[in-house]
Write a protein that binds this ligand. Structure first.
Ligand code: SDX
Length: 431
């Protein structure tokens, strides 16, 4: 439990209530209102949780004003430059960077779990070929609880550990199978002598008819995209995983819930929506028309890939992603990419527009990622599944942290009820 540093006083109807205030290691202090209802008979009201800390955590810290993102204290820019996704997985799960021996052991454990139960192949065949890969992933990841019973007892630390390894190891395989199924190509088994990112690329793009060699440029870009998406504090999908887990649901069901939440265009679905928006804009001369629509209160259109609940400065991941987009497209010899040109001009115009400046709307992680993924050969329908497979480690790390907290209890928010007061049933003849 955090340490109380001072007391906040709430005065209501001439009564004053003392509320403990806790200090973080970094970031805003928090006021503990856990006993407020019992003391004052009132709820607090914060739809969207704009001012509410739902838990204490040691995993990821975001400073929205400075545009800072730390995984266990390490800045995302340094990790993106010097680390790799599996090392970041270790860091998020266990709290420290691994020694060489620890990394070898972790990598071996993950690599040895990359195959899925052969019977799971039948699951895919139950979907229509044109099913969105996110629909398939929600279904198949949820079904993991029907195949891996020996790692669903959340009260057994060893089973929690096995479930975490299985989730990180198998979700790229499942995402690749969802893709292969959608394009009518045979599933590709993982190959244990490849890197995590290289294995995923091969499972997506290799075909039995010819040899496949992992392109190191794409492998590095894929690995960096995975690192950048790995965790992000208490975002909507992570909060979904935590809430599902607070009831004691098994980890695979909780991750499936997180995947479902991530699919929304306001959240992880924004990378697909953003690329489709850039394609719809088409050319630089049409940007003003879309900027005007984004500012029009009567038009539901928003600039996808722009804005963020927490970042009121540049999303540090967007900066790394933008550099990576330039690097990957150049290395791939794609120089006249109209979509990238439109994205850069749109960013420039928007950041000079008073509407976006006043509302502190900057490009977020989803603004450039789609350009890289498209250049790598992925259809837009695979953008959010790639976000999901990257975020799986963050979800499972946050789930483990919550489950192992002895003070944990089921999440059960209250409400401001504004519906009908009690009234008697009226027989249909009288209505
Ligand atoms: C992710 O939470 C996380 O950490 C998420 C994430 C992660 O790693 O898990 O970072 C991943 O989900 C990134 C966000 C991807 N979504 C998009 O790019 C969709 C477009 N963005 C918006 O829908 C919006 O910015 C949100 C949903 C991201 C944030 O919405 P908020 O915090 O609820 O803010 P808001 O909707 O109240 O907007 C504040 C104002 C509004 O205007 P007013 O009502 O105050 O006049 O800004 C406007 C909005 O209309 N606004 C936009 C805008 N985003 C906000 N106007 C035009 N275009 C936009 N993109």
């Amino acid at each position: 439990m955090p340490k109380q540093i001072k007391t906040a006083k709430l005065t209501l109807d001439d009564k004053t209530y003392d509320l403990p205030v806790y200090a973080p290691t970094v970031g805003p202090d928090v006021i503990d209102i856990g006993k407020l209802y019992g003391q004052a008979g009132v709820f607090t009201f914060d739809p969207g949780f704009t001012s509410t800390a739902a838990c204490d955590s040691t995993i990821t810290y975001i400073d929205g004003d400075k545009g800072e993102l730390l995984y266990r204290g390490y800045p995302i820019e340094q990790l993106a430059e010097q680390s790799h996704h599996l090392e970041v997985c270790y860091l998020l799960l266990y709290g420290e960077l691994p020694t060489k021996a620890q990394m070898i052991d972790f990598e071996t454990r993950v690599t040895r779990h990359t195959m899925v139960h052969e019977q799971m192949h039948n699951f895919f065949r139950g979907f229509r070929r044109d099913a969105h890969p996110m629909a398939t992933m929600v279904g198949v990841v949820g079904a993991m609880s029907a195949f891996y019973h020996d790692s669903t007892d959340i009260n057994d630390p060893w089973q929690r550990e096995v479930a975490a390894i299985r989730m990180i190891a198998k979700i790229p395989t499942i995402a690749a199978m969802a893709y292969k199924y959608s394009v009518g190509q045979p599933f590709v088994y993982p190959k244990n002598d490849l890197s995590y990112a290289g294995n995923f690329l091969r499972m997506c793009f290799s075909v039995p008819a010819e040899d496949y060699v992992v392109n190191p440029i794409l492998e590095k870009a894929m690995d960096r995209i995975m690192m950048l998406h790995a965790d992000h504090e208490q975002n909507a999908s992570t909060s979904t995983v935590r809430l599902a887990g607070s009831s004691g649901a098994n980890p695979f069901a909780c991750i499936a819930a997180g995947i479902a939440c991530l699919w929304g265009p306001a959240h992880g679905g924004a990378n697909q929506a953003c690329l489709e928006m850039l394609r719809e804009i088409g050319t630089v001369d049409r940007i003003p028309e879309f900027i005007a629509r984004a500012k029009d209160k009567n038009d539901p259109f928003r600039l996808m890939g722009f804005g963020h609940r927490v970042y009121k400065n540049f999303d540090p991941r967007a900066k790394v992603m933008k550099e990576s987009a330039d690097e990957v497209l150049n290395l791939l010899g794609i120089h006249d990419n109209e979509t990238l040109r439109v994205a850069k001009e749109l960013e420039k115009i928007a950041l000079e527009d008073p509407y976006f400046v006043e509302k502190k709307l900057y490009p977020n992680v989803d603004f450039y990622s789609g350009i890289i993924l498209e250049a790598m050969g992925f259809p837009t329908s695979m953008f959010t599944p790639i976000f999901a497979l990257s975020r799986a480690v963050g979800w499972i790390a946050q789930w483990k942290e919550m489950i192992s907290d002895p003070a944990g209890k089921i999440g059960r928010p209250r409400q401001l009820y504004v519906g009908a007061t009690m009234r008697d049933y009226a027989p249909v003849e009288t209505r």
